[in-house]
Design a protein around this ligand. Sequence first.
Ligand code: CA
Length: 231
Amino acid sequence: MANEKILLIEDEEPIRDLIKLTLESAGYPNIHEAVNGEDGIKIARQRQPDLILLDLMLPGIDGLSVCRQLKNSEDTRNIPIIMLTAKSEESDVVVGLELGADDYMTKPFSRKILIARVRTQLRKLADHETGDEIRRAGIVINNSTHSAKLNGIELSLTLSEFEMLKLFAAHPGRVYTRNQIIRHIKGDDYPVTERAIDVQIVNLRRKLGEWGANIETVRGVGYRLKQEDFR
Ligand code: CA
């Protein structure tokens, strides 16, 4: 049984109950609940949960504002946030990810997806001190030598391609917006366009051959590494 504390900020009781039951059955009994953003922020500060599930459509302060406040505040910024959204709120997802949210799920989501996403975020916490090698289904990325191999064969990647592959491989299942990718590979003020990222993704996929299909386009949001293959 896991000790991790999860804070669930969701105003709709049936959804709250369903998520709570699902998490409990997956071995996460320590769940705090908040029915609005104000309480959510308060509980996050007091209880310091290991993960926050945040509904975007909330009465009072909306989910994006909650996300902004949590990610701008010293004592809560490192707590991962998974946004819970409706289909119609997908443009908000990009904003939320850029505010620092770590993932999102579109309602209705299956129990399996919920548990997988929660595990990914909690594992990320635990993974923080892992060494400088990342392995994902045939790919081995070496941080200290800045090299990557696919099935034992050295890949010839540009620095940007390498950094993108590393970013995706470190967090399978997590979606990155084009702006986040730009910031990650170049720092904040490098003049790279979103279109340039699309071009580099095409190149990266091509160099990866069949494996390249693991890098998925998430329409309207960005890119991610498929999660299912690595579990
Ligand atoms: Ca709601």
